[in-house]
Design a protein around this ligand. Sequence first.
Ligand code: GN1
Ligand code: MG
Length: 366
Amino acid sequence: MRRFYYISMTMILSQFAIPNEVGEPQPLHVGFINDSYIVPAKRIGEHSYCLQRINHHIFKNVDGLMNNIRLVTEHIRRKLEIAGVEDVERKVLQIVPTKQGALYYHSPENEYWRLYVLVEPATSQEKVTPQSAELTGEAFGRFQCQLADLPFDALCESIPNFHNMEFRLQELDQALAADPKGRKAACADIIAAIDQRREEMCLAERLFREGKLPKHINHCDTKVNNVLFDEAGKPICIVDLDTVMPGFVFSDFGDFMRTAANTGLEDDPNLDHIHVDLEVFEAYARGYLKEATFLTPIEKEMLPYGCRLLSYMQTVRFFTDWLNGDIYYKIAYPEHNLVRTRAQLRLLEEQERVKEEMQRIIERLS
Ligand code: GN1
Ligand code: MG
């Protein structure tokens, strides 16, 4: 078994244009979606690599996905080089193409593989402090700013309608109509809370259609663990670029706040733990606004709205999965998606409670 694994990994690696000698791939236990392996350099001072099997059940358009990542990384690299920035190799991901010059390798087993140069030395963090939140805000603000001059439609949606609230509500409505597990009846309070906010939460899509709100290139998974930090604790590189795609800037802002500016957990069974951490909110906003200099007034004004939108969206997504019988998110126990739904809904209510305060902080920092 071990021997087979080694041979097939060697075969996969041999498809890529790796200039130096490397050792056996070691599985890296991070992320829920793709499978990652570290491919270590044989000699000190040479590059190591990160080999990944792309989950093509979630990312069905691998060509589009890899082309997005190529466009974004090339664009950022060019900017860093023009600005004469040092250590560019650690500041933006670098795809290693196959020997045929392709961005990924499609194996006879119908698996999709890609290879990045490993960013090192670097560490990632799971817990946010106000200090790391400010630095992370700068990093994501810079990232959006570096991409602000790319036309938003140069990239495809690697997961179609990923952050489209109207679409997510359509998915919910289908789940409610089918109710395959008979779970709807016990959830009238959740359904009412979602219904009450439908209009408000579809505002962004309407403003976009009316030409009042622009789209830009977003990261769409702005968690603190998607930023790599250097030895001095400064962010160096944004990773996990699979969901980089067109969207509203406040959705990246909101997704960070959803995951970090919450005193409770995303799936906290104790709703009393859940409050908005305004210190983290302010710190991230400060860092973000310092770097995201391209924002229009409406985009700035809608940043607190983005926080509520992303909590609402996640409520709807977890609840839809609960109704459908837990087919999308991995769960740790049977009621997990329902617990997640209630925790996200509580976070939304808490964000609504302090929305004026959030608005004032943004005004003060702008
Ligand atoms: C998924 O697997 P992870 O944690 O990177 C999801 C996000 C959700 C998040 C909820 C591709 O992200 O959109 O916000 O779970 N990613 C995808 O925790 O669906
Ligand atoms: Mg992710």
